[in-house]
Design a protein around this ligand. Structure first.
Ligand code: NAD
Length: 376
């Protein structure tokens, strides 16, 4: 009997993405897997059931009960995990430390789980890196959100009614999302300036035609990530940043530190110094926001400044975000499928390090420590 690969309809509020698009579903079919789709699983991403010619369309109970492997986007609920057969494999985002009860359910059902966010960010695994693919979607959309909320044009316009100066867009945090926001704002014709605490980003920012703001604060952490700033560094950063921010028409913030709440870079006083009609798009809203005034999930006005704190931005570009995520899944799972059978090679560091639970145990040490620490 072929390995059954199940794709559920995502249940999380506002989630429009689906784990497999029709093209990738067909690719898995060609590898000898039987793809099972929950009815309307792709509908919100604009993939109707009929677009998956090689998939079997099932109801909710069947798609869970008959899964050998389930692929999904958003973390599962306890009830969803409990519907899976004992020993099934589950792949998707988990953010495990936020939900010990889901971890307990995974252990109880002896689920073999792989967390997409744990895939090591090494060159070989770039094509599997869902954090990057979804961050790129978010960065693109953030620039569009800024343009949409702004009362000004992004490009310079020379018209019979006069010449309009281009908008000044500042991007803070030039990781994957920030670089895509820079590229998109540039394509829309804005003048773009950007800042990051990692010096490697200067060249990347400049290669996109933006100006790098050197604030004299560098904070390289482990593994190519940023570290948290000291209080003195924070003060120096804010003092240097204030003058630039005061001239921005749109400010896009994407700063993040792995495993920590979003660093607060934009205090209320700095917002009050901004231009009338300026817009802040705080892509870090999910982690509490880079701006002190951000209300996650809301658009507010503080004085004359609009502060937008969007959540789950990739879901707003659901079709392409799903296609990219599905490719990440395909590249991650393909090496584990040999002659139509599911056989993970545990000597492969990408597979071993992304595994969350196996045989009833939490095998990812930091998650185990975080959860056992919580329990004690
Ligand atoms: P992220 O989402 O963790 O953070 C976004 C950005 O915020 C980072 O560039 C970070 O330096 C910056 N930041 C943090 N604190 C800041 C502060 N106080 N002020 C200004 N900026 C601040 O980052 P990410 O996009 O996930 O990428 C982080 C790193 O991972 C980068 O080095 C990137 O090149 C690397 N990466 C590697 C791979 C790979 O090799 N497969 C793939 C993607 C990313």
């Amino acid at each position: 009997m072929p390995v059954r690969l199940s794709v559920p309809k995502e249940g999380a509020d506002g989630e429009r993405r689906v784990a497999l698009d029709p093209t990738v579903a067909t690719r898995f079919g060609k590898m000898g897997l039987s793809v099972q789709l929950e009815k309307d699983a792709g509908a919100a991403a604009r993939f109707p059931d009929a677009a998956y010619p090689d998939a079997q369309v099932l109801d909710t109970a069947e798609v869970y009960a008959q899964a050998d492997i389930m692929v999904r986007v958003a973390p599962p609920t306890v009830a969803e995990v409990e519907q899976l057969p004992e020993g099934a494999t589950l792949v998707g985002f988990f953010h495990a430390h936020r939900s010990p009860e889901v971890m307990a359910a995974l252990q109880h059902r002896k689920i073999l789980s792989f967390a997409m966010e744990l895939i090591p960010r090494i060159s070989r695994a770039q094509s599997m890196d869902a954090l990057s693919s979804q961050a790129a979607v978010a960065g693109y959309k953030a620039a569009l959100m800024g343009a949409d909320l702004s009362c000004r044009f992004f490009p310079m316009l020379t018209t019979a009614a006069g010449t309009i100066r281009p908008s000044k867009v500042i991007v803070i945090g030039a990781g994957v999302a920030g670089l895509q926001a820079i590229a998109t704002a540039r394509r829309l014709g804005a003048m773009v300036e950007a800042y990051d605490v990692r010096s490697a980003t200067k060249e990347q920012v400049e290669s996109l035609g933006a100006k790098f703001l050197d604030l004299g604060v560098k904070a390289e952490g482990e593994g190519g990530y940023a570290r948290e700033l000291t209080e003195d560094e924070k003060k120096q950063q804010q003092e240097a940043l204030a003058g630039f921010i005061a001239k921005a028409d749109v400010l896009i913030t994407t700063a993040a530190i792995p495993g920590r709440p979003s660093p607060k870079l934009i205090p209320a006083g700095m917002v009050r110094g901004m231009k009338s009609g300026a817009v802040i798009v705080d892509l870090a809203a999910e982690g509490g926001g880079n701006c002190e005034l951000t209300e996650p999930g809301k658009t507010i006005e503080h004085g004359d400044v609009i502060i937008h704190g969007p959540l789950n931005v990739p879901s707003q570009v659901a079709l392409h975000a799903s296609e990219m995520y599905a490719k990440n899944l395909l590249n991650f799972l393909s090496p584990m499928i040999r002659d139509g059978e599911f056989k993970p090679d545990w000597d492969d560091e990408v597979i071993a390090k992304s595994c969350l639970t196996r045989d009833g145990e939490i095998v990812h040490a930091p998650t185990r420590e975080a959860i056992q620490g919580d329990a004690s």
